[in-house]
Design a protein around this ligand. Sequence first.
Ligand SMILES: Nc1ncnc2c1ncn2[C@@H]1O[C@H](COP(=O)(O)OP(=O)(O)OP(=O)(O)O)[C@@H](O)[C@H]1O
Ligand SMILES: [Mg+2]
Length: 510
Amino acid sequence: MRGLAIDAASALAEEATLAALLRCCVREVAGPRGLVWPASPYLLLRVAGTLLRARTYGGAALRFEGPPERLEGGAWQRLTADELVRLAEADLHGENGEFGGQVAASREAVAAILRAREEAAPPADPWLASEQALVYGHPFHPSPKARGGDGWLRYAPEAHARFPVRLLGVREDVLAEGGDVSVLDAMGAAPAGYRLLPAHPWQLELLRPAFGPGLVDLGPGPAVMPTSSVRTVYAPESEVCLKFSLDVRITNCVRKNAWYELAGAVELTSRLTPIFEEISVKHPTTRWLPEPGYRSAALGPRLHEGLGVIVRQSPWAACDPGVTPVLAAALALDVSAKDPLSWWHAYVTAVALPVLELYFTHGVVLEPHLQNVLVGLDTDGLPAQAVFRDLEGAKLVAGRHDLTGLHPEVAGALTYDAERGWTRVVYCLLVNHLTEIAATLAGQDDGLLRELWGTARDLLARQAEDLGRPLPLSDLLAGAPLPAKANLGVRWARAADRAAGYVPIANPLA
Ligand SMILES: Nc1ncnc2c1ncn2[C@@H]1O[C@H](COP(=O)(O)OP(=O)(O)OP(=O)(O)O)[C@@H](O)[C@H]1O
Ligand SMILES: [Mg+2]
């Protein structure tokens, strides 16, 4: 029995790893060279001279039906992830000795997650269950689940981990904080002259801070559960989320809260509060998760950033009674809609329209990818609210906000120029997000997929009128190619996430 389960987990992990890498190859390797051809029911592509084929559906989401194959000696052979790694390596310029290892590590992690899930019970809280449902991770990343080091499974959301935070005491004269962090003081008891600083136990293992009179270890604190980002956890007793630094590479970034991001989260929270109030007049389904404060220890930059924690409102507090928040990325895996067209109409209205209003009317760039949006479902399962989160990715458009008085690094980190901001919005909203939800709703029904995009087009066109037909939106509606983030390219180049480029893909609104 046990052996069979292990084989099944390995097979599923291999299938998912191959699929994610193949999607990246279509988009970033063969696509830009004109080496992808639709040959119904197959998609053909050439990588490093080898012809590959797979049956696909779901439009740009590139869902695969049956195993991808490679042509060898005149016969179609089943393709493996390791073979595709070698082909991609041969086709990409330069070299990267880590790449194959990262893909393999991601595959091993998926298998370990699958095995762990057989023995773990999902949380009763449906929102938290959705945060912990992302077994395969980002569908367009070459190593979506690679997580440096050992011991990660103990803290893995997909394995339904639950663990106590570690409580540290920071002596008041070396406390670094901003905004409202009163919720942290209620998490336990601190000795006189100290303030409580919750810490992620994994980060403490990695960081090994020196304890002394400025920083003391107070032992385990309240139990928390990890959300989909791994480093942000939910503390149910305090009804709050805590976003920790974690010195681990997850997808493209080592997840450290830089000092200017700690301060920037609080700054953005106060600036976005009146803007979201205004947005909710026109778009009453809009909610967001403020990040009212941060706390850390002013014991040098390593500890200041490594121990910095951001307080974030809980999604339950953001949603109306009777509305259940569900992570959009979980809906992209599994959605049940009795009437897909009206469900989608409600979804696009709630998710897309406020994002465009924020950009054009208020000069605010959200990062509404599948992991940064929660959709509030009503008792009939219909999208009733959209909750936007993660202020690290939220930016102000340069020139549209008065940032005088802010530290230049804080101001710089929370600003995008208009064009870069628009590219980010279009990628996150359309390519990363709506493309995946539409593909899941439509399944293999291509006619329905076209209808869904027709509905999205109507909604966006109406809003374009409302906004005075801004040029970038008109271009989008006219069919301009969409920017798809090059996750394979950025991993191959070992570059910072913010240096990631984009490749053009077909626009389903056309
Ligand atoms: N479709 C997806 N798009 C983007 N990220 C995804 C997707 N699916 C899974 N993920 C995962 O979600 C996380 C997104 O990273 P992001 O930087 O938005 O979060 P974070 O800042 O670490 O935490 P939080 O969202 O709690 O603020 C990564 O861990 C990434 O692997
Ligand atoms: Mg996020």
